[in-house]
Design a protein. Structure first.
Length: 249
């Protein structure tokens, strides 16, 4: 068993005759009288010493520190890494999802040739771009399309493709709503805002579900080719015709 250190007993020195008499003092509610004449006549009388309670010693010091300008005010804390905190608070993270087929037909209707570098700049508006996805059906025999998709991959886009399916009536179709929906729901937890370039009403349910997660959803498409249901559930809608000056070649 470890022994605790014993308190030290300090011997009191005798009172000198030259020391002045002390007036009546009150310490901790106990009255103590010291008479210099008695001390001088007696060989030695040990006066009782009363220690001042700790709070009586600390409180005045704290009050003294609180009055100094260098002492921080109570309740205020200095910001740590203020530079990083400021940038993270002001920087909004966005992700872009482009329905390639829908955008192609909208641009063809407007007789608009899109500059996809300008498109990213126009959509992000100085915000932090997390991802830009481009979904499109492909014809593997179309070399011009393959060259375009290669350029997209090397200039900031993540391209997802699906082979065209031939229908009995001879038409071709490749629906990518499921891929867009899954990727939007997956990335929503990492973003503040999702930007959807599509007018497809089949995506309205996914947009509404993402909005209920507290994520802002912006929809950009041609008004005449956009579902009213999709516009209603979006937080912000922009007609493609309104930004054509910003995104055209």
């Amino acid at each position: 068993m470890q022994l605790l250190p014993q308190p030290r007993h300090h011997k009191q020195r005798p009172k000198l005759a030259t020391e002045p008499a002390l007036e009546e003092s009150h310490i901790g509610g106990i009255e103590e009288k010291r008479n210099a004449d008695i001390i001088n006549n007696e060989p030695f009388i040990a006066n009782k010493r009363y220690s001042v309670p700790m709070e009586h010693q600390i409180t005045p010091k704290l009050m003294e520190l609180g009055s100094q300008d260098s002492f921080p005010a109570v309740g205020k804390r200095e910001k740590r890494n203020s530079r990083n905190a400021a940038s993270s608070e002001n920087e909004e993270r966005v992700a872009i999802f482009i329905d390639g087929a829908n955008l192609f037909y909208a641009a063809m209707h407007l007789n608009l040739e899109i500059d996809y570098t300008k498109l990213l700049r126009s959509l992000t508006k100085g915000r932090q771009l997390l991802r830009a996805y481009f979904y499109t059906p492909v014809d593997n025999g179309n070399e011009k399309q393959q060259g375009f998709l290669l350029w997209m991959r090397r200039n900031g886009y993540r391209v997802f493709t699906k082979d065209l399916a031939y229908l009995p009536d001879g038409s071709k179709k490749a629906n990518m709503d499921v891929e867009i929906t899954v990727d939007m729901l997956t990335l929503a937890r990492y973003c503040d805002t999702l930007i959807l370039l599509s007018g497809d009403g089949d995506l309205a349910y996914a947009v509404n579900a993402i909005a209920y997660q507290g994520v802002q959803v912006e929809v950009v498409s041609l008004g005449s080719m956009t579902s009213e249901t999709l516009i209603d559930v979006a937080d912000c809608y922009t007609d493609l015709d309104e930004i054509r000056e910003e995104i055209q070649k």
